[in-house]
Structures are given as structure tokens and as C-alpha cells.
Design a protein around this ligand. Sequence first.
Ligand code: F6P
Length: 365
Amino acid sequence: MREINQIGVLTGGGDCPGLNSVIRAVAKTAIIEYGLDVIGFVDGFKGLVENNYKQLDLRNVSGISHLGGTILGTTNRDNPFNYLTESQGKIQSTDQSDRAINNMKNLGLDGLIVIGGDGSLNISNQFSHKGVRIVGVPKTIDNDLAATDVTFGFNTAVNTASDALDKLHTTAESHHRVMVLEVMGRYAGWIALHAGLSGSADVILIPEIPYNIEAIIAKITQRYRQGKKFSIIVVAEGAAPADGEMVVQNLVPTSHDPIRLGGIGQKVAEDIAKFLIDIEIRVTVLGHLQRGGSPIPYDRILGTRYGVAAVEALMEGKYATMVSLRGNDIITVPLEEAIKELRRVNPEGNEVRVARSIGISFGDK
Ligand code: F6P
């Protein structure tokens, strides 16, 4: 008898372009290559706890690879090990992991594929310590997982942000304005860095390099003197001044990572305006546009490769692992390693040096 006959799949945490490509690849590989039954849990780990699922077959995963979002739904609130419920206005936390495991047993599931970022992979690791056969797939537009070269979804987000910069450029130039674009990236500035490089930003502000407003003003003034009467600034939501903090927009108490960032673009604009009173400044916050919409071909292909590899890993008994891109190979890495650290921009690394070489300022000197 084979060890694996039926598997489950879920999408956890914030959504990201390419999720459907992974779901489709998981279901198709499991059914076509291995003759398995496949169940998709609805709304991530919440579906696992509440036993809310749907059978995936070749029909309902067909024609979805190019679609944004996730056909399974997701949530970034529900952790089975610290499950938050509200009763009479009070939030309670209980461990519902055994309930989730019993659901999997009753359904006859032999393995689970979790498509998620650091939060979902942490939960997966805890489940694997309790004996669940799990393989993770690295997802996040922030590209901040250290154990893989690239997470799927990142390049689509960069595409969206770069396109926004192209559009801001023409209007900035026409009106001789400073345009500030705020992009996502909580603890890692990958989207800002790559979009800024591709979209010809003049200033890139990222969490890894604290900025000084004087340095930004010096850059804008220098450009002005050279006859460039407009400037483009791209700022990651997690960027902060050397003498200040990240700008928190609100707190979501029912979330396990309750901090929601937002507002640094406006702050940068206001701080510049105090010094450059004659120059008009406008702010655009790109927000969830970066998470929505159709994945670019790169992410459809990477998502498909990850999905196929995740099923293969389960079939080969490589449990408690995450599939990962290294160079052009898809390998597996232990979940323990995958959750150990975030992948952040190296301020001395090649991309930052390249940007500095072509005159882009990081607001630090
Ligand atoms: O981690 C991905 C991410 O898109 C971050 O860049 C952003 O800070 C966060 O999710 C936003 O989460 P929410 O969808 O809950 O606003």
C-alpha cells in the first residue's frame, strides 16, 4: 500500500499573484501523475479547523492559472495553535491544532501542501512536529523568505509598481513635480528596490537603509540645478528615518501580526515640503493593487514549478520541507531552515551598488 493516497492543499496569509497557478499544478500533478484525491481547504487554516473544504478535480482547477487571488480563499488571521474567537465582545485564544489534525484524519488525508509566507510556514512547522506530513510553497509579494531565491508573486508586484512609476514619470515631468510612490514591503525593501531600478526612480527608500530628509532634499535640489525639474521617489511602507520609526496605520487585534503599515509616503512628502516650498509634491499609495490581478508569465511558471515539486516532495517522503528556487533548480529545504530568517536587502549588495552607481539616492548620504 502506498503511503499517500489523498492530499490537502490550502493558501494561507495575504494573497499574491500566482496562487491559482500553484493550486492548479498541485491538483493536476496529484491527479494525472499519481492518481491521488485532492481536497482544497477554504480560507486557509480556518478551513482546516472548521472542516470547510472542497474536492479539487481536473474541471474546477482548469483555466485558473492566469487569474489573480486564490480560488480557495485565504485569511491572515487564523492560526490553529492560537485560534482567536470573539465571544461577548472579548477575544479568546485557544489551541485548535488537534481539532485540525482530527479533521485531516477523518477525511483520510495523508499529506498537506501549504502555500504561504513566513506566518503560514511557521504554523506548518508546528504541525509537522505533531506528525502531519507537510510540504510548504513560498509565497509573498515581499520576497522576504531567506531559504529561496524568489517567492512567486514578487515579480508581478514589481511589474505593477514599475508600471506605476512609468506613469508617474510623465505627469511629474509635465508639471515639474516631485512624485512619491509608496509601495508594499514591511521589513524588506525588495519591491521598492526592483521597481525603483526598473522604473528609473531618483530616490529609493527601504527599511534596510534608514534615511535622512536632508539627503533627499540634496538629491532633488541637485537635479533641479541640472535642469531636471521633477523627481521620482519610491518608498517601501516599512522605511523609516534614521531618527524615527516606521509609520503604523492601524492595528488589527485579531491578527497574529497586528501591525498594518502605511503613511510613510505622506510623511516623506510633508517633510520635504517644509524645505522645498516652491516645488509641488504629490503622493500615490499603490497598496493592494500590488497583490491583485493577473500574475505575469514568470510567476505562473514559477508557481507551476513549485506546485509540481510540492506534490513530488510529498510522494518522495520529503516531509517537513519547503520547495525552493536555487539558481534554476527547484529543491527542497527543511521547514526549520525556511522560517529561520527573513531575506532582507543587503545595503552593500550588488543591486544597491548598481543603483548608487547610476546616481540613485537611498536618502542616506
Ligand atoms: O506580507 C505581504 C503584505 O502585502 C505586506 O507587504 C503588507 O504590509 C501586508 O501584506 C498587508 O496586509 P493586509 O492585506 O492585511 O493589509
